[in-house]
Ligand binder design. Structure first.
Ligand SMILES: Cc1ncc(COP(=O)(O)O)c(C=O)c1O
Length: 404
């Protein structure tokens, strides 16, 4: 008789956003006349920029002609895209990352979930609390997390780094030494960031401890302040301790188009073994490359027109963030985030926990957000709103919240 991977049975409930979707659908079914504004899931709403659409059309035409048709893409990504990334995201920022240290993929969710495969199951992970759920759940699936304590809502073999108002939502170095450290800045869900000096402390710590930092920079495009690093490779010594994950979802609206990349420097080694070689082997075996058409669209992100248009798109969402921040403050809420990130993290009113506030906002204002406790125990008493809605919906949502 076959057996299942019982690590999957340890997973808690359904994925957070499925649980939210179910609640919203039930409410809408009971109240079909209500217009619900969704500021919950971090999905973009603006169409792809014209430069990207143009590149897509051109690439589609190429696929219609035998002379320019493309079959399987190279598993590590087309050279034209890897070079554009190396130049624009690294060389232009003074960072030493070569095109062949970049692995193109179909997004940061898969990469952030799959990267743990190249490490031993004995490795101890450290995560921020609250955290993007994928990092923990994929380690649960791999059997790396021990047992779940229903009371504390924590796994026995995971090192949690609380990010609270007291530490300005920035993790402190853990008391126990981890092997893998997941960091995400600008942060989902808190919208917080750390300075380059603060990140340097993590890089120095990881190099000393022999740990790897898995640095998720999916929201890098939203950084507005000068002292916030755009990549971990701005820090000295990061080439020997860091892997960086990037996504085209939030800077260029590719949530439905799918494109991302992972950087693994060749200097990152366990003894003589380069993590780069292991990931190349994994990618080559399990992944057949992002579509040519999509990689061409990705290249257009780095064209002059693309850059200009996407700057406007990011500004559009950040204007929403400002609208949410200002509106919530006027309504008396304590808020953070929203300056270098499209997420606003608000303290729920007294006597209401995260899910109670979710229900209250859904029923009384017909606005959907995300309960902070869904991201980890330290998220309890908080709530996340996203700036990815349309401007009109954002304004309307805030009017409703202010009127409560
Ligand atoms: C921190 C973080 N990493 C990765 C992702 C997923 O990115 P992608 O759309 O490239 O899979 C998200 C999406 O919300 C995210 O918040």
């Amino acid at each position: 008789m076959f057996k299942v991977n019982d690590n999957y049975l340890k997973l808690k409930g359904s994925y957070l956003f499925s649980a939210i979707a179910k609640k919203v659908a039930a409410y809408q079914a009971e109240n079909p006349d209500r217009s619900i504004i969704r500021l919950g899931i971090g999905d973009v709403t603006q169409p792809l920029a014209p430069a990207i659409i143009e590149a897509l059309h051109k690439a589609v035409d190429e696929m219609a002609d035998a002379a320019t048709f493309h079959g399987y893409a190279p598993d590590l990504g087309y050279e034209f895209l890897r070079s554009a990334i190396a130049k624009n995201d690294y060389a232009d920022r003074g960072c030493d990352i070569a095109a062949d240290e970049i692995f193109v993929s179909d997004g940061a969710k898969c990469d952030s979930g799959n990267i743990q495969e190249i490490f031993s199951t004995d490795c101890k992970i450290a995560v921020c609390d609250p955290v993007y759920p994928v990092y923990v759940d994929t380690n649960v699936m791999a059997g790396r997390t021990g047992v779940f304590d229903e009371k504390t809502e924590m796994w026995s073999d995971v090192i949690y780094m609380p990010c609270t108002a007291e530490n300005n939502f920035a993790p402190e170095l853990p008391g126990q030494t981890p092997d893998l450290i997941y960091l995400c800045f600008p942060n989902n869900p808190t919208g917080s960031t750390i300075t380059k000096d603060q990140l340097q402390v993590w890089v120095d710590y990881a190099n000393k401890a022999g740990a790897v930092i898995i640095y998720d920079a999916a929201y890098e495009a939203y950084i507005s302040e000068d002292n916030v690093p755009h990549t971990i490779f701005e820090c000295e010594g990061a080439r020997t301790c860091a892997i960086e994950l990037k996504s085209f979802s939030k800077n260029a609206g590719f949530t439905g188009t799918r494109l991302g990349y992972t950087v693994i420097p060749k200097d990152l080694k366990c003894g003589d073994v380069m993590l780069h070689s292991l990931w190349a082997r994994r990618h080559g075996t399990k992944y057949n490359g992002a579509p040519y058409i999509v990689q061409k669209a990705g290249e257009a992100v780095y064209s002059d027109a693309g850059k200009q248009q996407l700057k406007g798109q990011v500004a559009y969402y950040m204007n929403n963030a400002k609208t949410i921040m200002t509106g919530l403050k006027e309504a008396g809420y304590t808020v953070s985030g929203g300056v270098n990130a499209p997420y606003i993290w608000l303290k729920t009113p007294e006597k209401m926990n995260s899910w109670e506030f979710f229900d209250y906002l859904l029923k009384e204002a017909n606005v959907v957000g995300t309960p902070g406790s869904g991201f980890g125990p330290s998220g309890e008493g908080y709530f996340r709103l996203t700036a990815f809605g349309s401007y009109e919906n954002t304004v309307a949502a805030l009017e409703r919240i202010k009127a409560l």
